[in-house]
Ligand binder design. Structure first.
Ligand code: C2E
Ligand code: MG
Ligand code: MG
Ligand code: MG
Length: 286
Protein backbone atom coordinates (compact mmCIF):
# COMPACT_ATOMS: atom_id res chain seq x y z
CA UNK A 1 0.00 0.00 0.00
CA UNK A 2 1.08 3.56 -0.54
CA UNK A 3 2.30 5.47 2.46
CA UNK A 4 3.27 9.01 3.20
CA UNK A 5 1.80 12.00 1.51
CA UNK A 6 2.83 14.84 -0.65
CA UNK A 7 4.03 14.85 -4.18
CA UNK A 8 5.19 11.24 -4.51
CA UNK A 9 1.79 9.86 -3.62
CA UNK A 10 -0.12 10.28 -6.83
CA UNK A 11 2.49 8.67 -9.03
CA UNK A 12 2.85 5.79 -6.57
CA UNK A 13 -0.86 5.05 -6.73
CA UNK A 14 -1.06 5.47 -10.45
CA UNK A 15 1.83 3.11 -11.07
CA UNK A 16 0.16 0.58 -8.73
CA UNK A 17 -3.06 0.93 -10.67
CA UNK A 18 -1.15 0.75 -13.91
CA UNK A 19 0.46 -2.52 -12.85
CA UNK A 20 -2.86 -4.02 -11.83
CA UNK A 21 -4.46 -2.99 -15.11
CA UNK A 22 -1.54 -4.41 -17.06
CA UNK A 23 -1.70 -7.73 -15.18
CA UNK A 24 -5.37 -7.96 -15.86
CA UNK A 25 -4.91 -7.22 -19.54
CA UNK A 26 -2.35 -10.01 -19.83
CA UNK A 27 -4.63 -12.41 -17.99
CA UNK A 28 -7.52 -11.48 -20.27
CA UNK A 29 -5.37 -12.19 -23.31
CA UNK A 30 -4.24 -15.55 -21.94
CA UNK A 31 -7.84 -16.40 -21.10
CA UNK A 32 -8.83 -15.99 -24.75
CA UNK A 33 -6.82 -19.06 -25.79
CA UNK A 34 -7.05 -21.05 -22.57
CA UNK A 35 -9.98 -23.19 -23.68
CA UNK A 36 -8.48 -24.01 -27.07
CA UNK A 37 -5.17 -24.87 -25.43
CA UNK A 38 -6.83 -27.37 -23.14
CA UNK A 39 -5.95 -25.46 -19.97
CA UNK A 40 -9.47 -25.65 -18.58
CA UNK A 41 -10.76 -28.55 -16.53
CA UNK A 42 -13.89 -29.28 -14.54
CA UNK A 43 -13.68 -30.50 -10.98
CA UNK A 44 -16.61 -31.90 -9.04
CA UNK A 45 -17.51 -31.43 -5.39
CA UNK A 46 -19.93 -33.88 -3.76
CA UNK A 47 -23.26 -32.58 -2.44
CA UNK A 48 -24.34 -34.77 0.46
CA UNK A 49 -27.73 -35.37 2.02
CA UNK A 50 -27.11 -34.30 5.62
CA UNK A 51 -29.20 -36.99 7.33
CA UNK A 52 -27.92 -39.99 5.36
CA UNK A 53 -24.40 -39.03 4.20
CA UNK A 54 -25.59 -40.04 0.75
CA UNK A 55 -24.09 -38.24 -2.22
CA UNK A 56 -27.03 -36.97 -4.25
CA UNK A 57 -25.03 -34.93 -6.70
CA UNK A 58 -21.96 -32.83 -7.38
CA UNK A 59 -21.23 -29.23 -8.27
CA UNK A 60 -19.07 -28.62 -11.34
CA UNK A 61 -16.36 -26.03 -10.67
CA UNK A 62 -14.05 -24.78 -13.39
CA UNK A 63 -10.27 -24.92 -12.97
CA UNK A 64 -7.73 -23.04 -15.04
CA UNK A 65 -4.09 -24.08 -14.96
CA UNK A 66 -2.08 -21.27 -16.51
CA UNK A 67 1.05 -22.56 -18.30
CA UNK A 68 3.34 -20.19 -16.34
CA UNK A 69 1.35 -19.03 -13.36
CA UNK A 70 -0.22 -22.34 -12.37
CA UNK A 71 -3.76 -22.61 -10.98
CA UNK A 72 -5.81 -19.40 -11.16
CA UNK A 73 -8.95 -19.07 -9.05
CA UNK A 74 -12.30 -18.82 -10.84
CA UNK A 75 -13.12 -16.04 -8.38
CA UNK A 76 -10.44 -14.08 -10.26
CA UNK A 77 -10.93 -15.11 -13.89
CA UNK A 78 -14.71 -15.58 -14.13
CA UNK A 79 -15.32 -11.83 -13.61
CA UNK A 80 -12.72 -11.12 -16.32
CA UNK A 81 -14.42 -13.57 -18.67
CA UNK A 82 -17.72 -11.82 -17.92
CA UNK A 83 -16.41 -8.34 -18.64
CA UNK A 84 -14.40 -9.35 -21.70
CA UNK A 85 -17.26 -11.10 -23.45
CA UNK A 86 -15.88 -14.61 -23.03
CA UNK A 87 -18.30 -16.07 -20.50
CA UNK A 88 -20.84 -17.20 -23.08
CA UNK A 89 -18.30 -19.45 -24.77
CA UNK A 90 -16.68 -20.60 -21.53
CA UNK A 91 -20.03 -21.22 -19.86
CA UNK A 92 -21.23 -23.16 -22.89
CA UNK A 93 -18.18 -25.41 -22.65
CA UNK A 94 -18.78 -25.99 -18.92
CA UNK A 95 -22.41 -26.90 -19.53
CA UNK A 96 -21.63 -29.30 -22.33
CA UNK A 97 -18.70 -30.96 -20.52
CA UNK A 98 -20.63 -31.35 -17.25
CA UNK A 99 -23.57 -32.98 -19.06
CA UNK A 100 -21.22 -35.22 -21.04
CA UNK A 101 -19.40 -36.35 -17.89
CA UNK A 102 -22.58 -36.84 -15.84
CA UNK A 103 -24.24 -38.87 -18.58
CA UNK A 104 -21.56 -41.55 -18.05
CA UNK A 105 -21.69 -41.71 -14.27
CA UNK A 106 -23.29 -44.66 -12.54
CA UNK A 107 -26.58 -44.07 -10.75
CA UNK A 108 -28.68 -40.96 -10.70
CA UNK A 109 -26.14 -38.47 -9.43
CA UNK A 110 -27.06 -34.90 -10.30
CA UNK A 111 -24.68 -32.31 -11.66
CA UNK A 112 -24.96 -28.64 -10.73
CA UNK A 113 -23.54 -26.03 -13.10
CA UNK A 114 -22.89 -22.39 -12.24
CA UNK A 115 -24.54 -20.05 -14.71
CA UNK A 116 -23.32 -16.46 -14.98
CA UNK A 117 -25.94 -13.68 -14.90
CA UNK A 118 -24.64 -12.77 -18.36
CA UNK A 119 -25.53 -16.22 -19.70
CA UNK A 120 -28.88 -15.96 -17.93
CA UNK A 121 -29.62 -12.67 -19.69
CA UNK A 122 -29.07 -14.26 -23.12
CA UNK A 123 -32.35 -15.44 -24.70
CA UNK A 124 -30.42 -18.30 -26.37
CA UNK A 125 -29.63 -19.96 -23.02
CA UNK A 126 -32.56 -22.44 -23.08
CA UNK A 127 -31.51 -23.52 -26.59
CA UNK A 128 -27.95 -24.11 -25.42
CA UNK A 129 -29.12 -26.08 -22.38
CA UNK A 130 -31.49 -28.15 -24.51
CA UNK A 131 -28.64 -28.76 -26.96
CA UNK A 132 -26.31 -30.02 -24.23
CA UNK A 133 -29.00 -32.37 -22.91
CA UNK A 134 -29.88 -33.69 -26.36
CA UNK A 135 -26.26 -34.22 -27.38
CA UNK A 136 -25.36 -36.13 -24.22
CA UNK A 137 -28.64 -37.86 -23.44
CA UNK A 138 -28.54 -36.61 -19.84
CA UNK A 139 -31.95 -36.64 -18.22
CA UNK A 140 -33.00 -33.00 -17.57
CA UNK A 141 -33.82 -33.62 -13.91
CA UNK A 142 -30.19 -34.56 -13.32
CA UNK A 143 -29.03 -31.09 -14.35
CA UNK A 144 -29.24 -28.25 -11.83
CA UNK A 145 -28.43 -24.69 -12.85
CA UNK A 146 -27.04 -22.46 -10.09
CA UNK A 147 -27.81 -18.79 -10.45
CA UNK A 148 -27.30 -15.87 -8.10
CA UNK A 149 -29.62 -13.18 -6.82
CA UNK A 150 -28.09 -10.66 -9.21
CA UNK A 151 -30.29 -11.98 -12.05
CA UNK A 152 -33.16 -10.17 -10.34
CA UNK A 153 -31.52 -6.85 -11.10
CA UNK A 154 -32.42 -7.31 -14.75
CA UNK A 155 -35.73 -6.75 -16.49
CA UNK A 156 -38.26 -8.75 -14.51
CA UNK A 157 -40.46 -9.77 -17.44
CA UNK A 158 -37.44 -11.21 -19.23
CA UNK A 159 -36.20 -12.87 -16.04
CA UNK A 160 -39.58 -14.56 -15.60
CA UNK A 161 -39.62 -15.69 -19.23
CA UNK A 162 -36.16 -17.23 -18.75
CA UNK A 163 -37.24 -19.07 -15.60
CA UNK A 164 -40.26 -20.43 -17.40
CA UNK A 165 -38.27 -21.55 -20.45
CA UNK A 166 -35.68 -23.33 -18.30
CA UNK A 167 -38.29 -25.06 -16.14
CA UNK A 168 -40.07 -26.23 -19.29
CA UNK A 169 -36.89 -28.11 -20.20
CA UNK A 170 -37.23 -30.02 -16.94
CA UNK A 171 -33.96 -28.88 -15.37
CA UNK A 172 -33.63 -27.91 -11.72
CA UNK A 173 -32.81 -24.41 -10.53
CA UNK A 174 -30.80 -23.48 -7.45
CA UNK A 175 -30.33 -20.04 -5.92
CA UNK A 176 -26.58 -19.78 -5.18
CA UNK A 177 -24.87 -17.70 -2.47
CA UNK A 178 -28.21 -16.88 -0.88
CA UNK A 179 -28.11 -13.98 1.55
CA UNK A 180 -25.06 -12.23 0.12
CA UNK A 181 -26.62 -10.33 -2.74
CA UNK A 182 -29.44 -7.89 -3.21
CA UNK A 183 -31.74 -10.12 -1.22
CA UNK A 184 -35.34 -9.24 -1.56
CA UNK A 185 -37.61 -11.99 -0.36
CA UNK A 186 -40.26 -10.89 -2.84
CA UNK A 187 -38.67 -12.69 -5.75
CA UNK A 188 -38.81 -16.06 -4.01
CA UNK A 189 -42.58 -15.84 -4.30
CA UNK A 190 -42.60 -16.39 -8.04
CA UNK A 191 -39.16 -17.78 -8.91
CA UNK A 192 -39.31 -21.56 -9.43
CA UNK A 193 -36.24 -22.60 -7.42
CA UNK A 194 -35.82 -26.20 -6.34
CA UNK A 195 -33.08 -25.36 -3.91
CA UNK A 196 -31.56 -22.51 -1.91
CA UNK A 197 -27.81 -22.60 -1.29
CA UNK A 198 -26.95 -20.92 2.00
CA UNK A 199 -23.76 -18.97 1.54
CA UNK A 200 -20.58 -20.07 3.22
CA UNK A 201 -20.32 -16.75 5.07
CA UNK A 202 -23.28 -17.75 7.28
CA UNK A 203 -21.75 -21.12 8.05
CA UNK A 204 -18.26 -19.85 8.82
CA UNK A 205 -19.01 -18.19 12.15
CA UNK A 206 -22.17 -20.04 13.05
CA UNK A 207 -20.42 -22.10 15.73
CA UNK A 208 -18.75 -19.10 17.36
CA UNK A 209 -20.40 -18.34 20.73
CA UNK A 210 -22.81 -15.43 20.46
CA UNK A 211 -23.11 -15.73 16.68
CA UNK A 212 -26.52 -14.95 15.20
CA UNK A 213 -25.81 -16.94 12.07
CA UNK A 214 -27.52 -20.04 13.42
CA UNK A 215 -30.72 -18.03 13.80
CA UNK A 216 -30.36 -16.70 10.27
CA UNK A 217 -29.80 -20.19 8.86
CA UNK A 218 -32.86 -21.47 10.78
CA UNK A 219 -34.94 -18.68 9.23
CA UNK A 220 -33.69 -19.51 5.72
CA UNK A 221 -34.55 -23.20 6.27
CA UNK A 222 -38.05 -22.30 7.49
CA UNK A 223 -38.55 -20.12 4.43
CA UNK A 224 -37.28 -22.81 2.06
CA UNK A 225 -39.46 -25.48 3.67
CA UNK A 226 -42.55 -23.29 3.40
CA UNK A 227 -41.79 -22.81 -0.30
CA UNK A 228 -41.01 -26.53 -0.74
CA UNK A 229 -37.41 -25.92 -1.69
CA UNK A 230 -34.38 -27.94 -0.61
CA UNK A 231 -31.43 -26.28 1.14
CA UNK A 232 -27.69 -26.77 0.83
CA UNK A 233 -25.20 -25.29 3.28
CA UNK A 234 -21.96 -24.36 1.52
CA UNK A 235 -18.45 -24.52 2.93
CA UNK A 236 -18.76 -26.92 5.86
CA UNK A 237 -15.24 -27.51 7.15
CA UNK A 238 -15.61 -28.82 10.71
CA UNK A 239 -17.64 -31.46 12.54
CA UNK A 240 -19.01 -28.73 14.82
CA UNK A 241 -20.36 -26.89 11.81
CA UNK A 242 -21.82 -30.12 10.44
CA UNK A 243 -23.57 -30.93 13.73
CA UNK A 244 -25.04 -27.46 13.90
CA UNK A 245 -26.20 -27.54 10.28
CA UNK A 246 -27.82 -30.96 10.74
CA UNK A 247 -29.54 -29.69 13.90
CA UNK A 248 -31.02 -26.85 11.88
CA UNK A 249 -32.49 -29.32 9.35
CA UNK A 250 -30.53 -28.08 6.37
CA UNK A 251 -31.24 -30.86 3.86
CA UNK A 252 -27.89 -30.96 2.04
CA UNK A 253 -24.31 -30.00 2.77
CA UNK A 254 -21.22 -29.33 0.75
CA UNK A 255 -17.73 -28.61 2.01
CA UNK A 256 -14.18 -29.71 2.61
CA UNK A 257 -15.37 -31.83 5.57
CA UNK A 258 -16.71 -34.28 2.97
CA UNK A 259 -14.56 -33.54 -0.03
CA UNK A 260 -12.82 -30.79 -1.94
CA UNK A 261 -13.70 -30.41 -5.60
CA UNK A 262 -11.89 -33.28 -7.36
CA UNK A 263 -11.22 -34.30 -10.98
CA UNK A 264 -13.75 -36.65 -12.49
CA UNK A 265 -11.43 -39.67 -12.30
CA UNK A 266 -11.09 -39.27 -8.55
CA UNK A 267 -14.82 -38.82 -8.15
CA UNK A 268 -15.45 -42.06 -10.00
CA UNK A 269 -13.02 -43.93 -7.76
CA UNK A 270 -15.60 -43.44 -5.03
CA UNK A 271 -18.90 -43.49 -6.85
CA UNK A 272 -20.56 -46.88 -7.08
CA UNK A 273 -23.45 -48.03 -9.15
CA UNK A 274 -26.62 -46.94 -7.43
CA UNK A 275 -25.98 -44.77 -4.41
CA UNK A 276 -22.89 -44.02 -2.41
CA UNK A 277 -22.31 -42.55 1.00
CA UNK A 278 -19.31 -40.68 2.28
CA UNK A 279 -17.91 -40.03 5.71
CA UNK A 280 -17.54 -36.48 7.03
CA UNK A 281 -13.77 -36.95 7.10
CA UNK A 282 -13.32 -37.37 3.39
CA UNK A 283 -14.43 -39.29 0.34
CA UNK A 284 -13.57 -42.77 1.63
CA UNK A 285 -16.15 -45.47 1.13
CA UNK A 286 -18.24 -46.33 4.12
P1 C2E B 1 -19.70 -21.03 -5.80
O1 C2E B 1 -20.54 -21.44 -6.95
O2 C2E B 1 -20.41 -20.48 -4.61
O3 C2E B 1 -18.85 -22.32 -5.43
C1 C2E B 1 -18.46 -22.68 -4.12
C2 C2E B 1 -17.02 -22.34 -3.85
O4 C2E B 1 -16.69 -22.70 -2.50
C3 C2E B 1 -16.02 -23.11 -4.72
O5 C2E B 1 -14.90 -22.25 -4.94
C4 C2E B 1 -15.61 -24.27 -3.81
O6 C2E B 1 -14.38 -24.84 -4.15
C5 C2E B 1 -15.57 -23.55 -2.49
N1 C2E B 1 -15.72 -24.46 -1.34
C6 C2E B 1 -16.41 -25.62 -1.25
N2 C2E B 1 -16.34 -26.15 -0.01
C7 C2E B 1 -15.57 -25.31 0.72
C8 C2E B 1 -15.12 -25.33 2.10
O7 C2E B 1 -15.43 -26.20 2.90
N3 C2E B 1 -14.34 -24.28 2.48
C9 C2E B 1 -13.98 -23.27 1.63
N4 C2E B 1 -13.22 -22.29 2.10
N5 C2E B 1 -14.40 -23.22 0.34
C10 C2E B 1 -15.18 -24.24 -0.11
P2 C2E B 1 -14.22 -22.10 -6.37
O8 C2E B 1 -14.19 -23.42 -7.07
O9 C2E B 1 -12.94 -21.38 -6.17
O10 C2E B 1 -15.23 -21.17 -7.16
C11 C2E B 1 -15.47 -19.85 -6.75
C12 C2E B 1 -16.64 -19.26 -7.50
O11 C2E B 1 -16.32 -19.13 -8.90
C13 C2E B 1 -17.90 -20.12 -7.46
O12 C2E B 1 -18.60 -19.93 -6.25
C14 C2E B 1 -18.63 -19.58 -8.66
O13 C2E B 1 -19.28 -18.37 -8.35
C15 C2E B 1 -17.50 -19.29 -9.64
N6 C2E B 1 -17.38 -20.43 -10.57
C16 C2E B 1 -16.68 -21.59 -10.44
N7 C2E B 1 -16.85 -22.37 -11.53
C17 C2E B 1 -17.67 -21.70 -12.37
C18 C2E B 1 -18.22 -21.98 -13.66
O14 C2E B 1 -18.02 -23.04 -14.27
N8 C2E B 1 -19.03 -21.01 -14.22
C19 C2E B 1 -19.30 -19.83 -13.56
N9 C2E B 1 -20.11 -18.92 -14.17
N10 C2E B 1 -18.81 -19.56 -12.35
C20 C2E B 1 -18.00 -20.48 -11.74
MG1 MG C 1 -22.21 -22.56 -7.11
MG1 MG D 1 -22.11 -20.62 -3.70
MG1 MG E 1 -19.75 -18.39 -3.81
Amino acid sequence: AAKGNGRGRFSFYSSDLHQAAEQRRVLEEDLRDALARGEMELCYQPVVQSKSNMVTGVEALIRWTHPERGPISPALFIPIAEEANMIWQLGGWVLRKACEDASRWPGEMRVAVNVSPIQFANPDLPKVVAGALAATGLSPDRLELEITESVFLGDSAETNRMFKALKELGVRLALDDFGTGYSSLGYLQSAPFDKIKIDQSFVRDATVPGSRNGAIIAAIVALAEALEMETTAEGIESLDQLDLIRGLNVSHVQGYIYSKPVPQAELLDHAEAGSWTIKPSGPARQ
